[in-house]
Design a protein around this ligand. Structure first.
Ligand SMILES: [Zn+2]
Length: 392
């Protein structure tokens, strides 16, 4: 491990692969398992750094693709990097931009050299290579950085998955070499690929896990496949990874994903979902996701959830938050986002406590039994609306 980064395991679960750990970075300590709110444009939408800290945020993620296009990594470097540009003084992770190139940019050409694409903003041409991504992320200055990788489409053939994985491995080695020129205080994680083939997943975990990366991200999952398929892939990946490196599940997920993913050996999670669904009225409670716009909150005097210790629930009635959401007031986006961020971070803390106390499997089973996932909840609300419509 380099001197600017360390990971230690504080407790391990006997009945699963869950563990609790501590990560040290130049901008502070992270206790795992942890959820990382996503600040796509160098801001977690509508929430200030002070509010992020108050909600218990330990580390945030920012997107290289968006920031390299606007305002540009050189400009951010001129302001001393992302930390000082956005006034976030805690740990930060940047992705490589590769995922957005494949999903947002107009990809022109994928070659051994890199990924040529046109900006989704103005059509300007750009080339991301394993080397240029190391330079851009050095300019952005996050504590943890990711190398350029190829996320295979879902579904894809085994030969396509193998080609994407093998190129990802060659790019990983190029990124490690290129990084030596830049900032030693930044820590480069490796990315495991292999799409949805068990053997490729095992190969990638073993190959990337054995390179000198101090941490590992699992990529290429949560790209439209059934949830069970994602969990199956982790069951092949985790046993092939070294025990002593932190494991980050890229782009996941919901509260139930966090609870299940921890048991499959994941330490770090990031996703836009909690803040995105909040902006649309979806708020997490211990019984599942609810829609704050629903009529049942119209006159509720108490907070959304009595047991919630977030700023929103400590300060405002559910009826007021409902009113703000229904009238699409700006304050709603902030209050809703703060509640969901706090929910995810409180859940991560509860998972850590359960692992340390040796009762993670019971915590997981209890949570899953209690928590109604969104799709079912939405269907239930829809049914209630229809029933109500028939009554009138
Ligand atoms: Zn709350």
């Amino acid at each position: 491990m380099p001197p600017f980064f360390s990971f230690s395991i504080d407790a391990e679960c006997l009945g699963s692969w869950a563990r609790a750990g501590t990560i040290q970075t130049p901008h502070g300590t992270i206790h795992t398992p942890i959820f990382m709110p996503v600040g796509t444009q160098a801001t977690v939408k509508s929430v200030s750094p002070e509010e992020l800290h108050a909600a218990g945020t330990q580390i945030i993620l920012a997107n290289t693709y968006h920031l390299m296009l606007r305002p540009g990594s050189e400009l951010i470097a001129d302001f001393g990097g992302l930390h000082s540009f956005m006034q976030w003084d805690g740990p930060m992770l940047t992705d490589s931009g590769g995922f957005q190139v494949f999903s947002l940019g107009h990809l022109r050409k994928l070659s051994e050299e890199g990924a040529a694409f046109k900006s989704h903003l103005d059509g300007s041409p750009h080339l991301l290579t394993p080397e240029s991504v190391m330079r851009i992320e050095a300019e952005l200055g996050a504590d943890i950085i990711l190398p350029l990788d190829i996320c295979a489409a879902y579904p894809c053939s085994v030969s396509e998955a193998r080609a994407a994985m093998e190129r990802t491995h060659r790019w990983a080695e190029r990124a490690l070499l290129a990084k030596e020129k830049y900032r030693p205080e930044q820590t480069l994680f490796g990315i495991v690929q292999g799409a949805f083939d068990p053997e490729l997943r095992r190969q990638s975990a073993s190959f990337i896990g054995n390179l000198p990366f101090p941490g590992l991200s699992i990529g290429g999952l949560s790209v439209g496949e059934p949830k069970q398929m994602m969990w199956d892939m982790l069951s092949y990946v985790t046993p092939a990874l070294p025990r002593d490196k932190p494991r980050h599940l890229l782009g996941v997920g919901s509260p139930e994903d966090l609870v299940i993913g921890v048991g499959l050996g994941m330490d770090m999670f990031d996703c836009v979902l909690p803040t995105r669904v909040a902006r649309h009225g979806g708020l997490f409670t211990s019984h599942g996701r609810v829609n704050i716009k629903s009529a049942r909150f119209r006159a509720q005097h108490g907070p959304l959830e009595e047991s919630c210790d977030c700023y929103t629930c400590r300060s405002y009635s559910a009826a007021y938050v409902h009113h703000l959401a229904r009238t699409e007031e700006q304050l709603y986006y902030r209050l809703g986002s703060i509640h969901n961020i706090r929910f995810m971070l409180r859940l991560a803390g509860q998972l850590r406590e359960a692992i340390c106390a040796g009762n993670y499997p019971a915590f997981r089973d209890d949570f899953i039994a209690r928590y109604v996932p969104a799709s079912e909840k939405v269907r239930e609300e829809q049914r209630e609306k229809w029933k109500a419509a028939r009554r009138t």
